[in-house]
Design a protein around this ligand. Structure first.
Ligand SMILES: [Cu+2]
Length: 300
């Protein structure tokens, strides 16, 4: 979002391409054959820690059957007992959408390799295996079978990880900010930002001094300056320390400048700082940077 506002003001042109860090933390898992298990949706856990057990049946109709709704909560540890009732191999793999996409690409390149680590198990016909997972964060989790052709045929399951009350509150504020930028609506900013003497909000090398400047000079004028704006925050990561919190998000912003007809597509990162004031989380600072979007190449 910030990105977009930077764009609208043409500040984006001054961005230094060397400044952003390419790639998230889990992008390079698949370069190695000894897989480090990293995921934005949690980590493998010891089955003795499980607080819930879900039985999963893999079917040759390219579907999973779950014994109960997934509905994971952050911090929850679920033991999955995966049984293959079909006649061909299937996989039960846990990750976020991006991780599954990388995994799928790797399986396509190496179809005969049995890919198994703490994130996934492969079950042969009639076989039963277990996978225990501790859910963390509040991203969307994707359970997928990445055996070539299976995911494409619909063999996946998605669910949002429900966060704590604090996480849900911060997530909804970030959703509001996204909406505000996209629609040139200052209301979510006035509602959720702490207005204080000396407040500064930084976007791609430019800054707004005070909430009023942010809203009246950036958020609202974009409605007129841009023909369209699409903003997306992804992989939102929230951390807490008592009454202080910070969130990191990946950003992608696309739009078209009405006057010049210039189309832009940028990706980058956004940091939000929050303070809890009278039981409500308030944004006290934001910082973002973005550069021209370049699709990532996967090497294996
Ligand atoms: Cu399958």
């Amino acid at each position: 979002m910030n990105i977009k506002l930077a764009l609208a003001t043409s500040l984006a042109l001054t961005l230094s391409p060397g400044l952003s860090i390419a790639g998230g933390k889990h992008e390079h898992n698949h370069d190695k054959h000894s897989h480090e298990v990293t995921s934005s949706v949690g980590a493998p856990a010891d089955s003795s820690k499980a607080t819930r057990t879900i039985r999963v049946v893999t079917k040759d109709s390219m579907r999973y059957e779950f014994s109960e709704p997934l509905a994971p909560k952050t911090g929850e540890v679920i033991k999955f007992i995966v049984f293959n009732e079909g006649k061909i191999n299937h996989e039960f793999s846990v990750g976020d959408a991006k991780e599954q996409k990388a995994h799928l690409e790797m399986m396509r390149e190496m179809p005969n390799m049995v890919h198994e680590d703490g994130n996934s198990v492969t079950v042969k016909p009639g076989e039963t295996k277990e996978l225990t997972w501790k859910f963390s964060g509040t991203n969307e989790i994707v359970i997928a079978c990445n055996i070539p052709g299976h995911f494409e045929a619909g063999m996946f399951e998605k669910a949002n990880i429900k966060g704590s009350e604090d996480e849900e509150q911060i997530k909804s504020i970030i959703d509001g900010i996204e909406y505000g930028w996209e629609n040139g609506d200052g209301k979510p900013f006035r509602e959720h930002f702490l207005d204080f003497e000396g407040a500064r909000f930084i976007e791609s090398g430019g800054q707004n001094e005070g909430l009023d400047s942010l809203v009246t000079h950036h958020v609202e004028p974009e409605k007129d300056a841009l023909e369209y704006l699409e903003l997306d925050f992804s992989n939102v990561e929230i951390h807490f320390e008592n009454n202080f919190a910070w969130a990191l998000a990946g950003t992608r912003v696309k739009g078209k400048v009405r006057k010049s007809g210039r189309v832009f597509d940028k990706s980058g990162y956004q940091t939000f700082l929050f303070r809890k004031v009278n039981d409500l989380w308030k944004v006290v600072h934001t910082h973002s940077s973005a550069r021209d979007y370049k699709p990532k190449k996967h090497k294996h």
